[in-house]
Design a protein around this ligand. Structure first.
Ligand code: NAD
Length: 479
C-alpha cells in the first residue's frame, strides 16, 4: 500500500493563448489518490470568464491555424506524440493514482493509447482527401471552427487525445475542460503543447467544474462545436445548452453492453473473458460488457466459471506487483456502486460472489469487491443502469432470438460481444445488435476503429478517419 505521505502539488494556472496565466476563478479543487485517499494536487477552479477568454483566444487563432498546411499541423501532432512517449511512465503513474488502474495496464492503455492517437492523426491528416470532385462540384472539407472538448475521468488522457488530436489535425482550435476528478495529465499535455511551440490560442486548457466551465463552453456563441464524453445525464444538459446556438454536438456517453454467449461457444474462454472485460479498469469503462447473456440450461456452468474467475481479481494497490483490480476513482463512486450491489440483492438477483462489504485488509482506498450476480432479469435496476464498478450481471436466455431481444432492451447502445464457435453465426447476431461496436469471440480493442454509440450512448464517432470527419464541415463549389 502507498504510504499516503504524498505532498499535494499546487497548480495555480490555466493555459490560455499560449501562456500559463492565473485564472479569474479563485478557487481550487482537490485531486485525490484513489488508493491512499491523500490529496495529491490542487487545481484551479476556473470560471465562466476564464472560459470566455479561452474561447476568444481559440477564435482568434482559428484564422491562421485553419489555413496552416496540413503537413505543418501534422508535424506538431507528431511532436506531441513524441513528448508524450518521453513522459509515458509519469503519465501512467499519475493515472494509477487518480483512477486506480494497475500500473502496467495504465502504462499500456492510459498512457500508451494517447501516444498512438496523436501519432495516428499526424499520419491520417496528411493522407486524408480533404477535397473531391463530384460532377461539376468541388467538395471541400473544412475545419468546423472552435471546439469545446469536455472529458471524463475514467480514461482521462485517452479521452482528451480522442478529441484534441483529430480536432487539431482537422484545423480546428480547442478549449479543453478535462474532468476535475482526474485532471493531472491534461496539465502534462498543455506543458507539451507549450514545449513544442503550438501557435498561441490553438490549444487552451481551462479546469473547473462541469456546471460552470463545461456549461459556459456548451452555451458559448463563439464555440462552433462541443465534443463531450461523459454521462448521459450531463450529455443531455450539454445538448440543451448547445441547441440555443445550433452548434454541432458530438456525444460519447454511457453504456450497458451485452455479451451474448451462444450455446456453441467455448464456455471457459467466453465466460472468463467476459468477466475480465467487465472488470477492466475496475469496471470503470463505458464499453464494459456488464450483462452476460447465457443459455438458460447452461447458466450453472457459467456461474461456476464466472465465480472462479472473479475471485482471482483480488483488489489491491494498483502500484503493487500482480494487482489486477484497483480501487474505484472516488468515495462517491464507491458508495454508488455498493448501492447498486445492495439493489441487486434487494430486487432478488442471486449474489454469486462479492457484495457490499469492504474487501479484506483494505481499510483505506475506494475499493469494491468484484461482484457477480446470476438469475438477473433484464428489467432489474442492475441490468438497466450503468454501474461503473466491478459488477457483472448474468442473465439467462431461452434461445438466440431471445438473447438478441434482451441485448437490445436497453436505452444504451455502445458496445457488446458475441461468442460462438461459428464466426459467421456470431457476425449475424452482431449485425442485429443496436450498438456501435461488437467484439466477436473477445476480438481485441482497435484504437483506429470507429467508437461511439447508438441510442442514448451518444452521437458521432471517435477514432480512425471517422474521428477526423467529426471536426470537418462540408462545402461544395459549383464549377
Ligand atoms: P460526467 O458526465 O459526470 O462528467 C464528464 C465531464 O463533463 C466532466 O468534465 C464534467 O466536469 C463535465 N460535466 C458535468 N456536468 C456538466 C454539465 N452540466 N455541463 C457541461 N459539462 C459537465 O461523467 P464522469 O463521471 O466524468 O464519467 C463517467 C461517464 O462517462 C460514464 O457514464 C461513462 O459511461 C461515460 N464515458 C463514456 C465514454 C464513451 O466514449 N462513450 C467514454 C468514457 C466515459
Amino acid at each position: 500500500m502507498n504510504s499516503g505521505t504524498q505532498t499535494a502539488k499546487i497548480y495555480d494556472k490555466i493555459y490560455l493563448n499560449g501562456q500559463w496565466v492565473a485564472p479569474q476563478g479563485k478557487g481550487f479543487l482537490p485531486v485525490i489518490d484513489s488508493t491512499t485517499e491523500a490529496i495529491i494536487a490542487q487545481i484551479p477552479e476556473a470560471n465562466a470568464a476564464d472560459a470566455d477568454a479561452a474561447v476568444a483566444a481559440a477564435k482568434n487563432a482559428f484564422v491562421s491555424w485553419s489555413t496552416t498546411p496540413v503537413a505543418a499541423r501534422a508535424k506538431y501532432l507528431q511532436a506531441i506524440a513524441d513528448k508524450l512517449k518521453e513522459r509515458q511512465a509519469e503519465i501512467a503513474n499519475l493515472i494509477a493514482e487518480e483512477v486506480g488502474m494497475p500500473l502496467p495496464l495504465a502504462t499500456a492503455v492510459q498512457a500508451g493509447l494517447p501516444i498512438a492517437t496523436f501519432s495516428y492523426y499526424a499520419k491520417q491528416a496528411t493522407e486524408y482527401a480533404f477535397e473531391e470532385q463530384v460532377a461539376n462540384s468541388l467538395i471541400v472539407r473544412e475545419p468546423v471552427g472552435v471546439v469545446g472538448c469536455i472529458t471524463p475521468w475514467n480514461y482521462p488522457l485517452h479521452q482528451v487525445a480522442a478529441k484534441v488530436a483529430p480536432a487539431l489535425a482537422a484545423g480546428c482550435t480547442v478549449v479543453l475542460k478535462p474532468s476535475e476528478i482526474a485532471p493531472l495529465t491534461a496539465f502534462i499535455l498543455a506543458e507539451i503543447v507549450d514545449e513544442v511551440g503550438l501557435p498561441a490560442g490553438v490549444f487552451n486548457l481551462v479546469t473547473g467544474v462541469g456546471t460552470v466551465v463545461g456549461e459556459a463552453l456548451a452555451a458559448h456563441p463563439d464555440v462552433d462545436m462541443v465534443s463531450f464524453t461523459g454521462s448521459t445525464r450531463a450529455g443531455k444538459r450539454v445538448s440543451e445548452l448547445a441547441a440555443q446556438t445550433i452548434k454541432r454536438v458530438a456525444l460519447e456517453l454511457g453504456g450497458k453492453s451485452a455479451n451474448i454467449i451462444l450455446d456453441d461457444a467455448d464456455f471457459t474462454k467466453a465466460v472468463s473473458g467476459g468477466v475480465a472485460n467487465c472488470y477492466f479498469n475496475s469496471g470503470q469503462t463505458c464499453s464494459a460488457h456488464t450483462r452476460m447473456l447465457v443459455p438458460k440450461n447452461r447458466q450453472d456452468e457459467a456461474i461456476q466459471i464466472a465465480k472462479a474467475t472473479a475471485e482471482k481479481f483480488k483488489p489491491g494497490d494498483p502500484k503493487a506487483d500482480g494487482t489486477r483490480l484497483g480501487p474505484l476513482v472516488s468515495a462517491t463512486q464507491q458508495e454508488r456502486v455498493r448501492g447498486y450491489i445492495q439493489k441487486g440483492i434487494d430486487e432478488g438477483a442471486t449474489l454469486v460472489t462479492g457484495g457490499t462489504e469492504a474487501p479484506e485488509n483494505l481499510d483505506k482506498g475506494f475499493f469494491v469487491r468484484p461482484t457477480v450476480f446470476a438469475n438477473v432479469k433484464n428489467s432489474m435496476t442492475i441490468a438497466q443502469e450503468e454501474i461503473f464498478g466491478p459488477v457483472l450481471s448474468i442473465i439467462p436466455y431461452e434461445d438466440e432470438a431471445d438473447a438478441i431481444n434482451i441485448a437490445n432492451d436497453t436505452v444504451y447502445g455502445l458496445s457488446g460481444g458475441v461468442w460462438s464457435s461459428d464466426v459467421e453465426r456470431a457476425k449475424n447476431v452482431a449485425r442485429r445488435l443496436r450498438t456501435g461496436q461488437v467484439d466477436i469471440n473477445g476480438g481485441k480493442f482497435n484504437p483506429f476503429a470507429p467508437f461511439g454509440g447508438y441510442k442514448q450512448s451518444g452521437n458521432g464517432r471517435e477514432f480512425g478517419k471517422f474521428g477526423l470527419e467529426e471536426f470537418l464541415e462540408i462545402k461544395s463549389l459549383q464549377l
